[in-house]
Design a protein around this ligand. Structure first.
Ligand code: NAD
Length: 358
């Protein structure tokens, strides 16, 4: 009986989730359930067509498509969306897309309190978290507020088949990063361990199949399931060194969000897992390897995604900038982080070498 969990705290978040191929057909019913008659459909400019298809499914409940979401939610984009809501008496909204669409929706709810439905089409997981972000003058402010959570999330893997292979792979690795860091979070729990382990297992199996055939229905369902679990882990735990580094790297050098997560994760895990044995055991079981960091590096190679920050366009003198920024801010981490350790982790990610354990 000694392996039974002892004390822990687990917070569950209240979203209603519909999962499965074709579940988008429930959208009109879900809008009726929430009593919404005049919604806007939020999406990015490239997903305007998908936004229109969603509006068609919503029928007379849809007021308009609002295709203006952009990465990292610039304040002026959020202000314009809030002004549009007020001007057109919008009574709720549907966010279709990845973290950018969901992020704009959160900014709208923060100001207006409007209810919403999320239809995720990437694996970023924002729809499962109370974390909002707003960017102005190149600086992203973030906060937690349960009011920004969508009322309903519809995970329909059919919506993800258009996500290109590269973005599918990196977005999936972004999801794995949430699960991996949740495993050693200071507020982790046995429930998180179950969800995170299953998330990593599901994503690791699905991503190579998706890159081989983006229309593989089973793989798309498995990846979206993993993304949901990863997002649910992210939503109720405190992230550590990996997320801190990626936030700084993306913001300082304007690097693509999911690619940065993909490249950095094996290097941070090679460092952190040395002092996070339970997380290491869970990841070993999920990845079928006693070297989870090496296994993720190998998976990146198999997926054919960029493996170095240098490839993404980060300048070499940026390594010291990151060392300064990360060293100056306290955050949760299972292992003490020295300036030398950050220099080694970021240097290895910059060069794209094998992750170095220990
Ligand atoms: P994204 O939403 O910017 O999408 C990337 C690109 O893919 C966009 O051009 C989009 O139009 C396109 N796209 C999305 N789904 C598609 C599909 N099915 N078919 C074709 N094209 C598609 O990127 P993302 O990685 O999902 O989200 C990144 C943003 O989300 C960042 O700003 C990040 O900080 C934020 N984020 C927030 C949280 C949170 O909890 N608040 C969690 C994860 C990510």
């Amino acid at each position: 009986m000694s392996s039974l969990p002892t004390d822990f705290t687990h917070t569950g978040l209240p979203m209603r989730v519909l999962f499965g191929s074709g579940r988008i057909d429930s959208l009109a019913d879900e809008l009726d359930r929430l009593g919404l008659h005049r919604v806007m459909i939020i999406c990015t400019p490239p997903q305007a067509e998908a936004g229109q298809q969603v509006a068609d499914l919503a029928g007379p409940r849809a007021h308009s498509v609002y295709p203006h979401a952009t990465m990292h939610v610039p304040v002026d984009v959020a202000d314009a969306a809030v002004a549009y809501v007020k001007e057109h008496d919008i009574d709720g909204f549907v966010s279709v897309g990845g973290g950018s669409s969901v992020g704009l929706g959160k900014a709208v709810t923060l100001e207006t309190g409007l209810p919403s439905i999320a239809l995720p089409t990437t694996y970023a997981g924002s729809e499962m978290t109370p974390i909002w972000g707003l960017t102005s003058d190149g600086i992203k402010r973030t906060g937690r507020d349960p009011r920004v959570l969508p009322d309903t999330v519809i995970y329909d893997p059919d919506l993800t088949t258009t996500l290109p292979p590269h973005l599918s792979a990196t977005s999936g690795m972004n999801a794995m990063a949430h699960a991996a860091e949740a495993l050693y979070a200071p507020d982790t729990s046995p429930i998180i361990t179950l969800m995170a382990t299953e998330a990593v297992r599901s994503l690791a199996a699905a991503l190579p199949a998706i890159v081989a055939d983006p229309h593989d229905q089973d793989a798309r369902a498995a990846a979206l399931y993993g993304a949901w679990l990863s997002g649910a882990c992210l939503g109720v735990t405190t992230m550590s060194l990996h997320h801190k580094l990626c936030h700084i790297l993306g913001g300082t050098f304007d690097l693509p969000h999911a690619d940065v997560h993909t490249i950095v994760l094996p290097h941070v895990l090679a460092f952190n897992l040395a002092e996070a044995p339970a997380a290491a055991a869970a990841l070993s079981s999920a990845l079928g390897s006693d070297d989870p960091a090496g296994a993720l590096h190998a998976l990146n190679q198999q997926l054919g995604v960029a493996r170095s920050l240098q490839d993404l366009g980060m300048p070499v003198d940026g390594i010291e900038t990151v060392v300064d920024q990360v060293s100056g801010n306290p955050y949760a981490n299972p292992r003490e982080v020295t300036a030398d350790a950050i220099r080694r982790i970021v240097g290895n990610a910059f060069a794209g070498v094998e992750p170095v354990r220990g």
